[in-house]
Design a protein around this ligand. Sequence first.
Ligand code: ACO
Length: 430
Amino acid sequence: MAKDSLTITDNRTGQSYELPIQEGTIKAIDLRKIKTGPEDFGLMTYDPAFTNTASCQSQITFIDGDKGILNYRGYPIEQLAEQSTYLETAYLILNGELPSKAQHDAWIYNITHHTMVHENIKGLLDGFRYDAHPMGMLMSTVAALSTFYPEAKDVRSKENRRDQIFRLIAKVPTLAAFSYRHLMGLPYAYPNNDLSYCGNFLQMMFKMAGSYQVNPILERALEVLFILHADHEQNCSTSAMRAVGSSEADPYSSTAAAIAALYGPLHGGANEMVLRMLKEIGSKDRIPAFIQEVKTSGGEVRLMGFGHRVYKNYDPRAKIIKRMADQVFEVTGRNPLLDIALELERIALEDEYFIKRKLYPNVDFYSGLIYQAMGFPVDMFPVLFAIPRTAGWLAQWEEMLEDKDQKIARPRQIYRGAARREFAPLSSRG
Ligand code: ACO
């Protein structure tokens, strides 16, 4: 009869071990009992970039990369993008269930009434160079919030955590918009509590001297983009959030670390790279030559916005974004780079190189085109990713803190450096 276990024979000793299998996983620590003798530390696994290691158990986000499925708390991303708002989705991600009407109203009220930031934050932003990258400013001001709310250190108190969660989700758009206004040399626009989360963000970004009218189509488009980016299980920035949070650092410091991880071009910087790539290609007739360059570069030149560590089928978020692009372009006018993107996608999807490697458009392939058409400069793209991902980071952070299996994150290594040797004073070195 089939047994949920794994039998391993250690050919060094001839000894056999039986390890239990649970949910398609063995516990790495069970390997430790496989030893050649009492002096042996025990077997470890070597897994750079954690490509085959589950670092936690989670109930938040489910991804089936082969089938192109993404669910938050069991709800398909397509239904949330169609019917929910970002804040309702954030509530779901953080609390596990959709809110009742009363819970929903209280949640909206609490987020809306925490959008202001301490005036000293403006002084902090003023210290940045005129052309500072907004992601650097966001990262720094989020980290600075930990000094404004020192009580946030009490991460073991659920009630305390709730307050910091309200603050972070509410203030991140304000800090993001302030960073943009600093970059543009514009006066900071304060939050307007009469507007929705996304409507308020748009007015903090783009309000000039007169009153600002939020366009409902653009407001909804931003809402959908925020829903699509709210969580994506154990990606690089979420792993950073969990790792830093595991030392019981306050949530502002942990979120700043997650923002730092998101800053990299292989993660949150990818849609910016897509736009740069499309601009560089310049016209449809130059696509075949570019594709050829990608294929022959040995991995050095990549088709940005293609490929994903988990999705080996079409990224479901890319499908939703592609559909939404037309609605946005009706308001903003068509982004001239769209035609190049569509043709690039068509050619790549028919090319053996991309088919064989299961490389499909990811969420970033079209999102940059939409953000650019809406008036966001490319430097703001990773910031636009960080705002909605804050809910996911916080949900994962809280789940980690409540998980009895978790401890301070501390991976092992295989030491390959010099063996012990004696120190030679400088005077005796040649
Ligand atoms: N263009 C061309 N070739 C690619 C691409 C690409 N975009 N992505 C992967 N490949 C190739 C690699 O060269 C490699 O080929 P090989 O087997 O001949 O050596 C093969 O496909 C596997 O690539 P890996 O790098 O091992 O795949 P991995 O799962 O580690 O990478 C990643 C995933 C980083 C997203 C990668 O596909 C990539 O760099 N894409 C472009 C950047 C991008 O769009 N990032 C956004 C990701 S989505 C997000 O963060 C929200």
